[in-house]
Design a protein around this ligand. Structure first.
Ligand SMILES: [Zn+2]
Length: 224
């Protein structure tokens, strides 16, 4: 790869990374994952360019980190698997990663497990006291705090602060008509959360493994 090509890859990478970070600042986790993944094809070129221009031995793979950090929040195990596959196929690139990617992958998978676990323990008709949420032994407190904050933003949870103490409920509405978007064709769809977790092919374009959970505001902004 010539220097001019490396530079183009570097610039494309940076552009996608910037849009992913912007989505992160708006709590649009589906877009963070999608845009950070769009940077991945330029990772190798970016890495070569940075090593050459900045004389660095190790390079930060922020796009990979963004995916692994945000995918568990929207229970997107497929995004984690895609990074794992890419990592497996590109060992020669990842040897220059400043961070231990296998470790980040296993952490991300563990957070995904914790997210599923928290989602199922919150399935109780009387809600869960806010205090109790961060005391489940198998869910790290630091992660449950991120998770609950994220889920309030997406609309997966609702809060009842009447009576003594705050109680957290799974948003019942979301069990019936959930907001999802197809990563392949961009169509917004309603499906139950259980259906979402089963990751069906898109009924619109037939694309597989493309359904992502989105904030309810995305769909209302679309004018329904
Ligand atoms: Zn589709």
């Amino acid at each position: 790869m010539r220097l001019v090509e490396m530079k183009a890859h570097y610039q494309n990478y940076r552009r996608h990374l910037a849009t992913a970070r912007e989505a992160a600042s708006h709590f649009q986790f589906d877009l963070v994952v999608e845009r950070a993944e769009a940077a991945i094809p330029f990772l190798a070129g970016m890495c070569r360019y940075v090593r050459k221009k900045e004389q660095k031995e190790r390079v930060d793979f922020h796009a990979v980190e963004l995916v692994l950090r945000h995918a568990p929040l929207i229970l997107d195990g497929q995004a984690i698997s895609r990074i794992a596959d890419f990592h497996k196929a590109n060992r020669s690139v990842f040897k220059y990663s400043a961070r231990d990617v296998p470790e980040a992958l296993s952490r991300s998978r563990d957070e995904l497990r914790q997210a599923f676990e928290l989602w199922s323990v919150l399935d109780t008709p009387n809600g869960t006291p806010m205090q109790a949420i961060h005391r489940f032994p198998s869910i790290e407190k630091r992660f449950s705090q991120r998770l609950v904050e994220a889920w309030f933003h997406i609309g997966l949870l609702q809060l009842d602060d009447r009576g003594a103490g705050q109680r957290v409920y799974r948003n019942l509405r979301i069990d019936h008509s959930n907001h999802t978007r197809c990563r392949h064709c961009g169509v917004n769809l309603s499906m139950s959360f259980d259906d979402y977790l089963a990751s069906p092919p898109c009924p619109h374009c037939g694309g597989v493994e493309g359904m992502v959970l989105i904030e309810s505001a995305h769909t209302t902004a679309g004018g329904n």
